[in-house]
Ligand binder design. Structure first.
Ligand code: HEM
Length: 314
């Protein structure tokens, strides 16, 4: 397996925003927040396993996990590599390292951090997907995205462009080197593996995954414009946590509500139609059982208090 699961779940994006009552209220959210200078990359739980997995993935699946547009985006990648070295020296001195100059600078920079790195470049007046080192794709194909605008990249995601194409475009155009941002994305998946490329049948539906075999997959995404070439760096840090661990951490009701609010087309895109329905039923039942258990504990506590009071008054 490439990458390790993390427990507890480090972010709970399904708790953000209003609690939805039905799929009619569903909306994708931009959710950009200001990013502190020292928080570009996260060397927290699971980071070592992700970094350790990269050389092997490059060796085995080089053409799937690394690609650039024809011009090689060399100037932009060189700027990124220099900045990653500088950033590590300044903010993570224990990890300070030099990029391997025998590799493409984007590949070399990405091997020093747990994040996947994508570069957005301006070509002929269009902001396009210039290339990436994406060792941990969530079932999308890096090569098929080369040269596409953001709206084109997001075309397979139902409702996304209607709701967010303009806000995404606006945020990217206005991105200033002095003010970076981050956001969270999340989904469910039926494997703990972090390297989940597109299979020949497209998104593999998790039809037969039992609720306790599902994983919450959270992406912490950062957006940063580099000052010299103007390239935008989109960095994606992936965290995978088993659903039972999410439940144990107390996130059951929010998770059930969030999954129940995914409309049919979104579920189909995620390949989760039947697995999600079963998960919601399971989470709601578990909630019922827990409520009953809490009531019993509550009643027991009452009886104990009453007994004590009886003893005191005796
Ligand atoms: C800045 C705001 C952005 C928002 C709000 C956003 C939102 C999303 C959402 C909601 C999904 C669907 C995820 C899922 O539930 O499975 C998605 C997929 C994706 N996003 Fe973004 N995204 C943003 C920026 C970007 C950028 C900058 C890139 C790349 C440069 C990117 C590349 C992708 C790709 C490749 C997919 C998978 C599409 C597929 O299945 O073919 N996104 N994005």
């Amino acid at each position: 397996m490439d990458g390790a699961v993390v427990d507890p779940v480090p972010y709970v994006p399904y708790r953000d925003g209003p609690r939805l009552r039905s799929p009619d209220e569903f909306r994708w959210r931009l959710g950009l927040r200001p990013l502190a200078d020292d928080a570009w990359f996260e060397f927290g739980p699971g980071a070592e396993e992700l970094i350790a997995a990269k050389p092997g993935l490059m060796a085995r699946h080089g053409d799937t996990v690394f690609a650039t547009i024809d011009d090689g985006i060399t100037d932009e990648s060189n700027e990124l590599a220099a900045l990653v070295e500088q950033h590590l020296a300044r903010h993570h001195s224990d990890r300070a390292a030099l990029v391997d100059r025998s590799l493409h600078p984007l590949d070399a920079a990405a091997r020093l951090v747990p994040e996947d790195l994508v570069l957005l470049v301006e070509r002929e007046g269009r902001l396009i997907f210039g290339g990436g080192s994406v060792c941990f794709p969530n079932r999308w194909d890096l090569r098929s995205k080369l040269g596409l605008t953001m709206a084109e990249v997001h075309a397979p995601v139902p409702r996304l462009n209607d709701q967010l194409a303009d806000p995404i475009d606006h945020a990217l155009r206005r991105l200033d080197p002095a003010r970076s941002f981050w956001r969270l994305g999340w989904t469910l998946i039926d494997t703990p593996d972090h390297f989940t490329p597109v299979s020949s049948i497209g998104k593999r539906p998790a039809e037969h995954a039992a609720p306790n075999e599902l994983y919450v997959r959270v992406e912490r995404e950062t957006l940063r414009r580099l000052p010299h070439t103007g390239v935008i760096v989109f960095a994606i840090r992936t965290y995978v946590t088993p659903v039972p661990a999410v439940i144990a951490a107390g996130g059951r009701e929010e998770l059930a509500a969030a999954v129940a609010a995914w409309p049919g087309d979104v579920l189909a895109y995620k390949g989760l139609a039947s697995a999600a329905e079963e998960l919601v039923r399971y989470l709601e039942q578990a909630s019922e059982i827990d409520n009953i258990r809490l009531k019993i504990i509550d009643n027991d506590a009452h009886r104990a208090v009453n007994r004590r009071q009886t003893i005191i008054t005796e």
